[in-house]
Design a protein around this ligand. Structure first.
Ligand code: AMP
Ligand code: GLY
Length: 465
């Protein structure tokens, strides 16, 4: 896959000095373009997902300029970063209007839950991301469960508990397998505890009730997880190839839960038979429900799945955004112009867009700061990133920037828990694994850690141990 934006080649792009590009903070794709239709896109967010979205949008012949708010050191190479005084919906809308934005693509869930898509609709701005009432599918686990029950979608049995509940009796009801306790709020990845330790489950139930007034206790689903990203609007839905994340911090799925330490796509666990069940039992009923709402769902629905030993799929969770790092490995497999897909979905015209995929595999491995996820140490220099600058664009392998900033001395420093991800794209998962890890081996971050076994369920010999 050769990156070419408005006639400018990958090589020329890579030749620019990173610090020069970053300091300028802006590369106006519009000025290079003679073949584009000049659309202006504003991407909201600052993580690896947003860098991946911007990268995929640079492949579009329809996109003239890319803006990102707040963005990161990677998105600064692809467009203009905008640091706003605050992230209030009204501030973002003002920026979008000032830029004459043709499409707003919302990366994280929080702005959607706060009503960014609603405000866009009021202002006549096209927004890829659902309105707040539907973003609630991620914002409230209870709402997601009730929606699934109403739509007949398979998911784990659950109870809600509050101050008046008999917690011991509820724990007894789900004894014999790990307890799954979920807060009913957006908790930045810290809202779920899965534990075989009864007192830990009880403590989390009590502290959640004290904080939120209620909590969910859910039956444990055994099996293997997979993620399905489904683009949808009122007219249609399109599922992207299934991927698999690695949520635990350490090799062999050990250690604490994280935002995700690596992913690969496609995930072989989702065979065509499993995929057919997912469509029939989950995606079609969810789309029927979401398309019939007063404002249809316009965006991506992230379906977190558990596939059991009988190859039956159950929904573990819904998110109303692209997964991170699933996004990094899924977008490169889309052959169709991403702008056409996202713009189509934002305008209820998805059914008119024919979405094709590359027959390829992608794998990404996340480099995290020391102490991640509990208390990441920030501010350390990343060695090798300057030399790897050309690798922040599509090629056979590249770097997706997440928590990276520029120091006053013009060096790249880690400014987040998940720092970056190295992504490989190849004809086989094994090769994608090899080239992704090859990039990682050229980078150094004191105390930085990464999993050595990304893809171990799908690639023999990738167990890293
Ligand atoms: P959630 O935020 O709901 O996706 O939960 C975070 C993680 O907890 C999931 O990715 C699963 O690994 C695990 N998990 C959540 N619910 C269940 C369940 N009912 N059974 C087994 N594992 C679960
Ligand atoms: N990687 C899981 C998520 O984005 O929620």
């Amino acid at each position: 896959m050769t990156r070419r934006v408005g006639g400018r080649s990958n090589k020329a792009w890579a030749g620019r000095q990173s610090s020069e590009v970053f300091r300028e903070g802006l590369i106006h794709l519009r000025t290079w373009s003679h073949i584009m239709e000049d659309a202006t896109v504003l991407v909201i967010g600052s993580g690896g997902r947003e860098h991946a979205l911007c990268l995929a949008l640079t492949q579009s012949t329809r996109v003239g300029s890319i803006h990102c708010s707040p963005g990161n050191a990677g998105t600064a190479l692809l467009g203009v970063n905008h640091r706003l005084e605050n992230n209030a919906t009204s501030t973002i809308i003002s920026l979008a209007k000032k830029l004459n934005t043709d499409l707003i693509v919302v990366g994280p869930e929080a702005p959607l839950c706060e009503g960014l898509a609603d405000a866009c609709a009021e202002q006549g701005l096209a927004c890829f991301g659902p309105v707040a009432a539907l973003a609630h599918l991620e914002g409230s686990k209870l709402h997601a469960k009730q929606t699934m029950r109403a739509a007949g979608v398979p998911t784990a049995d659950f109870q809600t508990l509050d101050e008046a509940s008999d917690i011991e009796a509820a724990l007894d009801a789900y004894a014999g397998q790990p307890w799954v306790v979920k807060r009913n709020v957006l908790a930045g990845g810290k809202g779920v505890v899965v534990t075989s330790d009864r007192s830990e489950a009880k403590d989390f139930i009590e502290s959640s009730i004290a904080l939120d007034g209620m909590v969910l206790l859910e039956a444990f689903l055994p099996g293997e997880e997979a993620s399905m990203l489904v683009i949808m609007d009122g007219s249609s839905y399109v599922s992207l190839p299934a991927s698999q994340d690695h949520k635990r911090a350490y090799d062999g799925d050990q250690g604490p839960n994280t935002g995700g330490m690596g992913a690969y796509c496609p995930a072989p666990i989702v065979t065509s038979e499993v995929s057919e069940k997912i469509h029939r039992r989950i995606l079609q009923p969810m789309h029927d429900h979401l398309a019939s709402q007063p404002t249809p769902y316009r965006g991506v629905l992230f379906v977190g799945l558990m596939i059991d030993e009988h190859d039956d799929p159950y929904v573990v969770e819904f998110n109303v955004r692209f997964g991170d790092p699933e996004c990094q490995v899924t977008l490169p497999l889309i052959k169709t112009d991403l702008y056409e897909i996202l713009h189509g979905a934002a305008n209820d015209r998805l059914k008119d867009v024919k979405v094709d995929f590359h027959h390829a595999s992608a794998l990404t491995v996340v480099l995290a700061s020391e102490g991640y996820p509990a208390s990441p140490i920030k501010g350390r220099t990343i060695q090798g990133l300057e030399a790897g600058m050309g690798r922040m664009n599509y090629g056979s392998s590249w770097i997706n920037i997440a928590g990276v900033s520029m120091s006053e001395k013009d060096t790249y420093i880690a400014s987040g828990g998940r720092v970056l991800a190295c992504t490989g794209l190849a004809t086989s998962l094994g090769e994608a694994h090899e080239i992704a890890y090859a990039i990682l081996s050229t980078l150094e971050l004191e105390g930085g850690h990464y999993r050595k076994d990304i893809g171990f369920r799908a690639i023999s010999g990738a167990n890293g141990i």
